[in-house]
Design a protein around this ligand. Sequence first.
Ligand code: SAM
Ligand code: SF4
Length: 484
Amino acid sequence: MTPRSPGPSCRRAVTPGQSSWMRFFSLFCPSIQADVILLVTCSIREKAEQAIWNRLRHLSALKARRQQQAGSPLRIGILGCMAERLKEEILHREKLVDIVAGPDAYRDLPRLLAVAESGQQAANVLLSLDETYADILPVQTSAGGTTAFVSIMRGCDNMCSYCIVPFTRGRERSRPIASILQEVRMLSDQGVKEVTLLGQNVNSFRDMSEVQFQSAAAPGLSRGFSTVYRAKPGGLRFAHLLDQVSRIDPEMRIRFTSPHPKDFPDEVLQLIQERHNICKQLHLPAQSGSTRVLEAMRRGYTREAYLELVHHVRDSIPGVSLSSDFIAGFCGETEEDHQQTVSLLQDVRYNVGFLFAYSMRETRAFHRLQDDVPAEVKQRRLQELIAVFREEAARANEAMVGQCQLVLVEGPSKRSALELCGRNDGNIKVIFPDAEVEDAAGCQALARAQPGDYVLVKVTSASSQTLRGVPLRRTTLSRSAACH
Ligand code: SAM
Ligand code: SF4
């Protein structure tokens, strides 16, 4: 089994190799027939943990009902970051929990389940220095899916002062390139058309598994950026991985998230610019627009260095679509600091944004700083950031009206069966009528686009989150690149 997504929230369920005695059930359909329910958890903000405590209350009733009706117990497991962080509390406070497994203990699940079967609580929250689940290929639960995530690294060594990830996910380690390529080839054979490489700092990727590369020099950091750790020499780097992955299938789009802005050497930017199937879309998490706050966050850059990087990225990859993460109301943030973040949002004009109110976790900030921005001020600042972000994103998207965008069709639009929904290269949702379109291959026959098809769409309107348009023709990724 392997976790499908190490992203910050909404992780997908771990997909276990099914054994004869164990059935696996979705959290959202906790049938009374279930033998085992495993909750994959996140600790990044308090709200994510609160959702799990609430869910456990519901499961408590289900567990009692199952015992009464079927006469056999329902086993409940807590997996992932919350298990890592709160093992003792979960086991003592929630007697209904049978299994607690941290992010590096998924291989141990069969044993933990066997212990639970004997009526005892079972736990493993040991963090590993080298576990990457490299040899376990995920089972695709959505047959015929168009897009997939591929985990390429685990953990984080950055120690931003607000962030729990280094404590719950452990040290940074990269999955060997050979196993990543094998998984991407398998996905390509299954017809998957878009792969997103996943990790907490994907562009810090460093595969040390091949001896001949263990002494290679470390690539430089982005200009004006620093780290809390010493430069790490050796290993095959992200540029090499990206190069290899993008060569597998010219019809497969490649994305990656989340990168750290410090690790964007020119060779990575150049590769993104040159390769037709690497999306011209970068996530550059800024967190704040105030140098003072960035310093308190231990991000390793100033506002000026960040802006210089944005300009360099835009020069290197013309038309690149940018997204970012921001935290409102971090310890000591003043109105002036907040205004600096507002102005950064205006200066950069991101296409996509993820904005959060600061949530105190047991990190360096918890021990050394004061969570002194009142909750209502955090919320007000967050709403202001969201409003400014939306205004700017709407402007950025409006600039695409009249342009042709290549859309990878994902399926029917949620709102209307008469429309299709997909994403453009910049990862922006595009909706268009499900009408018959010409095929760019030259045959005159008209056909309806299917999930997994690339369709050239002329954009007719835009909002902060969505583009709408009319389909012109069905084409391929390579053919469309050749026309530009
Ligand atoms: N590694 C990426 C980076 O360097 O920016 C981000 C990954 S982090 C798991 C995802 C996002 O969660 C962060 O970018 C940050 O905006 C947000 N986040 C992390 N800790 C937080 C906290 N204590 N309160 C609010 N948001 C937080
Ligand atoms: Fe958290 Fe910072 Fe690591 Fe991102 S880089 S996961 S924000 S500690």
